[in-house]
Design a protein around this ligand. Structure first.
Ligand SMILES: Cc1cc2nc3c(=O)[nH]c(=O)nc-3n(C[C@H](O)[C@H](O)[C@H](O)COP(=O)(O)OP(=O)(O)OC[C@H]3O[C@@H](n4cnc5c(N)ncnc54)[C@H](O)[C@@H]3O)c2cc1C
Length: 285
């Protein structure tokens, strides 16, 4: 049976988009299917390390990404440890602070420019494979289900991967930290360090600037361990920040508040027949 495309990729996060660009650059026809109908405006990741920048540089993308953010050459952790990154043997001796959507936008533009197809508003719901190919069931927002056939499928569909579940691949590991709060806020007073983190017995707080007037606060209060779906009040974040950092810097106007837990998990094989797993679908920490 003929295939619709050589490679299908489930998920247009950083892993899926990078792979799509690399396959297209190598002349392999590929198609990315992404559940979200619109471009990403997520600010999940904010720290891009030197090695990641080197990998982006190999694809001609690093300088453009660096221009979107703030380089941090030295970190002060818990008021005691100073980490000097400026002497690292790399063109990028720093941590770059930039929202994840900038990275995804650059990777998406590259993948499209090189000829990869990106289908938004389409969710992978079923996977079957035989010796010659993979049938992938996809639903669109109007509820229609269609089946596309490819020679290979890559599940880059994140931590709750549908593809991983369809393969029956286990995701062993454990939850490392519960009830971590995230707040994207404005501050009345700028912190003295670009990247500020400290801890007390009750918890920790961590503040980084996005460079456009908004700040990301990551805060954890040992005394209030709640499930992920429990709403976050800005006052909770303020209180633990005051305890950990001595002040809440007058934080206000939270545009995003959420609570999550951090898992450490890894699959024991990245390939089952013609189907591969990549990115957070394969490992998280
Ligand atoms: C709060 C937070 C802070 C973080 N901070 C950092 C940081 O500072 N630095 C860092 O390096 N990393 C950080 N990370 C981790 C980083 O965000 C992830 O490792 C990264 O996004 C993983 O990329 P991915 O492409 O594998 O998966 P994802 O980014 O999760 O992308 C998966 C994509 O698949 C789509 N999808 C899901 N299911 C389907 C389906 N069935 N069909 C089609 N599409 C589907 C989703 O919509 C999504 O677009 C952070 C994560 C979190 C949660």
């Amino acid at each position: 049976m003929s295939v619709d495309t050589a490679v299908m990729i489930a998920g247009a996060g950083p892993a899926g988009l990078l792979l799509a660009g690399d396959l297209a650059a190598a002349g392999v026809a590929c198609s990315v299917v992404e559940r979200r109908a619109t471009e990403s405006n997520l600010t999940r990741a904010f720290a891009v390390h030197a090695r990641t920048l080197e990998l982006l540089d190999a694809r001609g993308l690093a300088d453009e990404l660096v221009a979107t953010g703030s380089p941090v050459y030295s970190l002060r952790l818990f008021d005691r440890v100073r980490i000097d990154l400026s002497s690292l043997p790399t063109r990028f001796p720093f941590v770059l602070i930039t929202p994840q959507y900038h990275t995804e936008n650059l990777l998406e533009q590259r993948a499209r420019r090189l000829g990869a197809e990106l289908i938004r508003g389409a969710t992978v719901v079923g996977v079957r494979q035989d010796v010659d190919g993979v049938d992938v069931d996809v639903t669109t927002e109007d509820g229609a289900v269609s089946t596309r056939r490819c020679a290979y499928l890559v599940g880059a569909d994140g931590v709750h991967s549908t593809v991983r579940r369809a393969l029956g691949v286990a995701f062993p590991g454990h939850s490392a930290v519960q009830s971590v709060m995230l707040a994207d806020v404005r501050l009345r007073t700028a912190p003295p360090e670009v990247l500020l983190v400290d801890a007390v017995a009750a918890g920790f707080a961590f503040i980084v600037p996005f460079g456009d007037g908004w700040y990301r606060v990551v805060a954890w209060d040992r005394r209030r361990q709640l499930p992920d779906d429990a709403p976050v009040e800005l006052e909770e974040v303020r209180e633990i920040t005051r305890l950990a950092l001595g002040t809440d810097f007058g934080m206000y106007d939270a545009r995003w508040l959420s609570r999550f837990h951090s898992d450490e998990r890894q699959i024991d094989r990245h390939r089952v027949g013609r189907v591969f797993l990549a990115g957070d679908a394969a490992h998280v920490h």
